[in-house]
Ligand binder design. Structure first.
Ligand code: SF4
Length: 190
């Protein structure tokens, strides 16, 4: 009865997951990242993880206007971008790539930035179509951001108004090459 009345009684034995994760991070930091163990594991696994990453690019489809139709068609049987491991997802926490197309308004800008921040590392951004690259036909509008690279780092630019599905797939293939050339170990980042 006394334990029930004491609000701190349960906390003494409660398992605090964030403390556990912090402890794990510190141990990993010390044992793996700063020692030869981490470098050795990275040497063994780097190529495999890089191969797996670049061949399973899950992208967050952020389509606003006409280019979004081209983006959708790229998943249809005629173009079948899934054969390259390019798969759309709806949650930023499951995605490697943020695919932006259409004109981003100034009101929408913080929302898009938040989605980007919610994606786990490593992550990449593709700007598809003139609107995402520079504002397109709306570049001079009071309400449109003249390019998503004003507030998010963009890795691949795909020009066109609209950008065709073939161009979108080509952009993803260029991103795969970029990931292959810049491969780094997961533990040491080297
Ligand atoms: S780039 Fe052209 S086709 Fe694409 S969303 Fe803008 S206006 Fe539409």
């Amino acid at each position: 009865m006394k334990d029930r009345e004491d609000p701190s009684a349960g906390q003494a034995i409660a398992f605090h997951s964030k403390d556990f994760l912090k402890w794990c991070d510190e141990v990993l930091e010390g044992v793996l990242r700063r020692s030869p163990v981490g470098s050795g594991l990275d040497y063994i696994t780097k190529d495999f993880f890089n191969w797996a990453t670049r061949n399973s690019l899950y992208f967050l489809h952020f389509g606003i206007m006409c280019c979004a139709l081209e983006m959708a068609v790229a998943s249809a049987p005629r173009f079948d971008q899934q054969r390259f491991g390019i798969i759309p997802r709806s949650s930023p926490r499951q995605c490697d790539v943020l695919l932006v197309n259409g004109p981003v308004s100034k009101k929408l800008k913080p929302v898009l930035r938040r989605l980007y921040d919610q994606m786990p590392e490593p992550k990449w951004v593709i700007a598809m179509g003139e609107c995402a690259i520079s504002g397109g036909p709306f570049y001079n509008s009071y309400s449109v951001v003249p390019g998503v690279d004003q507030f998010i780092p963009v890795d691949i630019y795909i020009p066109g108004c609209p950008a065709r599905p073939e161009a979108l797939i080509d952009g993803f293939l260029k991103l795969q090459v970029m990931i292959k050339e810049n491969r780094k170990g997961l533990l040491t980042g080297k």
